[in-house]
Design a protein around this ligand. Structure first.
Ligand code: FE
Ligand code: FE
Length: 235
């Protein structure tokens, strides 16, 4: 019975990673549709969201099957519960990518407002964060968590810069407001995807170490059971 469970868990983990790979690809496609002003690519991302939703349901069903038939314990139980959590996070990422694509579609109908610099930068860091957070889960390795948390702080900073910059455009002329707002929303969705990557990190750290850590600003902070900060992890 044990070896069947091990095989089932392996298969389950592959399913989660496949969904992760799909979510990351959706995000990159959404950003490309914005940069290349490619309406077809943007529509593709919008319809990809249904596939992403379906993947989450399948992961849930597989998890229920494993929990119901094999009643796993210890690391195997943690792997299944973390997989469920990550599937939910990936589904939310898919939603953000679809929203980015919808805005990109709108923007492709208008003349460009400005050359995009900081938004692609934010997106590059974010897609790296998503990839690395999934690698952490795949390898059951908490090593990279601090780095990914620091990257989130970089994305937050870039977001603030993008916001200030777009506000200036909005104040300059009412003609710019619509496009600036669409871009501002895109930047905030990217920032949310980066936050979701840190949620994958937190779930993985919990799976590996059994401790609750939260990515606060640019550091991983341990939380006591029952609430409250236990200690700062570095510096
Ligand atoms: Fe969705
Ligand atoms: Fe953030």
């Amino acid at each position: 019975m044990r070896w069947i469970l091990r095989e089932k868990i392996e298969e389950f983990k592959k399913g989660v990673l496949k969904a992760g790979w799909f979510a990351e690809k959706m995000f990159r496609k959404a950003i490309s549709s914005l940069i290349e002003r490619n309406a077809n690519l943007a529509s593709e991302v919008v319809s990809d969201d249904d596939l992403m939703d379906q993947m989450e349901i399948e992961i849930h069903e597989k998890a229920m099957e494993i929990l119901g038939i094999f009643t796993p314990i210890k690391m195997e139980l943690k792997m299944v519960t973390t997989g469920i959590r990550i599937a939910e996070i990936l589904e939310s990422m898919g939603d953000r990518s679809a929203r980015i694509a919808k805005n990109a579609l709108e923007l492709s109908k208008e003349p460009p407002l400005k050359p995009l610099v900081d938004i692609p930068k934010m997106a590059d860091i974010t897609s790296d964060m998503v990839k690395e957070s999934l690698r952490m889960f795949a390898d059951a390795d908490a090593e990279k968590s601090f780095e990914i948390c620091k990257q989130d702080a970089e994305v937050d900073e870039l977001y603030e810069r993008v916001k200030e910059d777009l506000l200036l455009y909005m104040m300059e002329s009412p003609r710019y407001v619509k496009r600036a707002l669409l871009l501002l929303e895109i930047a905030s969705f990217i920032e949310e995807v980066a936050d979701l990557a840190t949620n994958i990190v937190e779930a993985t750290v919990y799976m590996v170490k059994g401790d609750l850590y939260k990515c606060c600003h640019d550091d991983m902070v341990a939380f006591k059971k029952g609430g409250g900060i236990l200690f700062e992890s570095s510096d």
